[in-house]
Design a protein around this ligand. Structure first.
Ligand code: 5GP
Length: 239
C-alpha cells in the first residue's frame, strides 16, 4: 500500500512511529540503524541493521500469523518501514526463556546454557527510569499495567504458543531459540495482538551446532560481526 508520513508520534531506541495521511487506524514503523544495550547506556550505529530487523521481523510475524497468532503487522512497504495496526502498547515486556543465560543466570545463579525443563515466562515493567524491573502478576495488576488476571493469563498462553511455533521453526534452520522478548498491544476494538518486533535485537539465537551467538549479545559483549550475525539469521530464515 501507499503510505505517506504525517507526524512522528513516538521515537524509541530502535524505531520511529509515524501517523500516516491515508488511514488514522494505521501507523508506520520505521526501523532505525541504532544499536543500544543496557537501557541505552551503550550506543552504536550499524548501517543496514534496521532493514535487516525489518525483514527478519516481517518474516517471523508472517509465520506466526499463519499459525493463528494475531499481530499488528499489515504490510512491509520498504527496506526499513512497515505499516502496522494502531494499538495501545501494554507496558509489559513478556520474556520467554528456553535456555538460561543473561539476567536469569545472574538473578538466580542458574548455570549459563542450562536447558530449562519448561519454557519460563517472565514479565518486566516497561519503564526505562526503573530499568524495566521484573514483576509478578500482582505487581502488574497493582501498577494497572494490565486490566485483569484473565488478560495476564492470555499473555502467558500466547507467549508460550509463540515460543512453541518459533522454537520448532528455528531449530529447522539450525538455530536454538534461547530466549526472547515480546510486546503486546490492544487494538481499537480491544483485542490483544502481538506488536513491536521479533528480531536479533530482542531474541537470543545460538547456532545449533556450535552455540555461536547470532544476536545482540554480539554487541552487548563486544564480540564483533554484529551485522554479519543478523545477516546470517535472515539468510537462514529465508532458506
Ligand atoms: P535478559 O533478561 O536476559 O537481559 O533478556 C532476555 C531476553 O529478552 C533477551 O533475548 C533480550 O534480548 C530480550 N530483552 C530483554 N529486555 C529487552 C529490552 O529492553 N529490549 C529488547 N529489544 N530486548 C530485550
Amino acid at each position: 500500500m501507499k503510505a505517506t508520513k504525517k507526524e512522528m508520534i513516538y521515537e524509541g531506541k530502535a524505531k520511529k512511529i509515524w501517523s500516516i495521511n491515508e488511514d488514522e487506524n494505521l501507523l508506520l514503523a520505521e526501523f532505525k540503524d541504532s544499536l543500544t544495550a543496557f537501557n541505552g547506556i551503550k550506543k552504536s550505529q550499524e548501517l543496514g541493521k534496521g532493514a535487516l530487523n525489518n525483514k527478519i521481523s516481517t518474516q517471523i510475524f508472517k509465520i506466526l500469523e499463519t499459525n493463528g497468532i494475531k499481530t499488528d503487522l499489515i504490510e512491509t512497504i520498504s527496506d526499513n518501514e512497515q505499516i502496522v495496526k494502531k494499538c495501545t502498547i501494554i507496558p509489559l515486556e513478556v520474556i520467554v526463556r528456553n535456555i538460561a543465560t543473561g539476567s536469569l543466570t545472574k538473578r538466580l545463579g542458574i548455570k549459563d546454557g542450562t536447558v530449562l525443563p519448561f519454557a519460563l515466562v517472565e514479565f518486566c515493567y516497561k519503564n526505562d527510569d526503573l530499568n524495566d524491573p521484573i514483576l509478578n502478576d500482582e505487581h502488574a495488576l497493582l501498577l494497572n499495567a494490565i486490566e485483569n488476571q484473565d488478560e495476564l493469563n492470555y499473555l502467558k498462553n500466547e507467549a508460550k504458543k509463540i515460543n512453541s511455533i518459533l522454537k520448532e521453526f528455528f531449530i529447522k534452520k539450525d538455530l536454538k531459540l534461547v530466549d526472547f522478548k515480546i510486546e503486546f498491544g490492544k487494538d481499537v476494538d480491544g483485542n490483544i495482538i502481538l506488536a513491536d518486533e521479533i528480531s536479533p535485537d530482542s531474541c537470543r539465537f545460538w547456532d545449533a551446532k556450535t552455540n555461536e551467538k547470532l544476536d545482540k549479545d554480539r554487541f552487548r559483549q563486544d564480540l564483533g560481526n554484529v551485522k554479519v550475525a543478523y545477516e546470517e539469521v535472515l539468510k537462514r530464515i529465508l532458506s
